[in-house]
Design a protein around this ligand. Structure first.
Ligand SMILES: [Zn+2]
Length: 91
């Protein structure tokens, strides 16, 4: 959700409760990977159900991507204790 800026990948809204949606539903062989998971509001998630995006006419507003290592570290470091930072950056 942080990667998607807390916006629904289908309608772009950020004022609705958000969920994590499988682009290709798990029932159809979708996996739990960065590229197959997007932020979706509850409305879109319910509407999409177990359908493929093109079947239900719900194209993604952006292509899901795998965040870079740096992006991940930056996001996490904000929450880390100061004395852990040198170790995190080195690893
Ligand atoms: Zn939505």
């Amino acid at each position: 959700m942080r990667r998607d800026a807390y916006k629904c990948a289908y309608c772009g809204r950020s004022d609705l409760p958000l969920t994590i949606d499988h682009v290709i539903p798990r029932a159809r062989g979708g996996t739990d990977t960065w590229e197959n998971l997007v932020t979706a509001c509850t409305v879109c998630n319910n509407r999409k159900g177990d359908g493929m995006p093109k079947d239900v006419n719900m194209p993604l507003l952006f292509k899901p991507f795998k965040p870079s290592h740096i992006m991940f570290i930056k996001n996490v470091v904000g929450k880390l204790d100061e004395k852990w930072k040198p170790y995190v950056y080195l690893s």
